[in-house]
Write a protein that binds this ligand. Sequence first.
Ligand code: FES
Ligand code: FES
Length: 216
Amino acid sequence: MSDTSINAEMEARRVSRREFIKRVIASGAVASSASFVMGGLAGCSPRPGTVAGSVERLISLNVNGQLRRVDVLPQETLAMTLRYKLGLTGTKLSCDRAECGACTVMIEGTTYYSCSTLTHSVRNRKVTTIEGLRGPNGELHPVQQAFVDELGPQCGFCTPGQVVAAVALLQKNPRPTREEARHAMSGNLCRCGAYDNYLNAIMRAAGNTAEIHHGA
Ligand code: FES
Ligand code: FES
């Protein structure tokens, strides 16, 4: 194969990977982990450990700028409410015990693990999920666009949590150094090891192009 055709093939693969990433980031649509599907698709039914006789209570939540009325169990986590009662499946569940960051959301601008936050505790507080970051016409948030431009995700499972954590960081520190971003993002694990891509994306979103490192 000639150098020209090899280059053309490599470019075609790069474009199709960019398209894949764009779709993942726009929708937050990646498969749930198998372990959670087993526990969660039993649906809105209580998980093992739910106290028999627990009673749901109708409460109002402010999610992505909308008031949502929802029935919530006393011990229900925000991740469960978001995913299985409000249909906001962009928030992922993986470890379900505050270790990985896949379920990261913002509450009043600060990141929280929604798997370890009781829904009742966020009443009267503003919750922002990955779905709440898009623009009024559905356009990507600048941080999401930077993740696309830097080919951030691999499988994409951790990406919604990474994006939310990056947005929260840049709201508090609009021009972080790469080291500051690495520290701020340390609560978000990526099993694919795409950390450098994510840091490049954050540097791009922050306009700190001097700290974008390719091919290190
Ligand atoms: S699913 Fe919440 S921290 Fe892992
Ligand atoms: S991109 Fe696969 S877990 Fe992070």
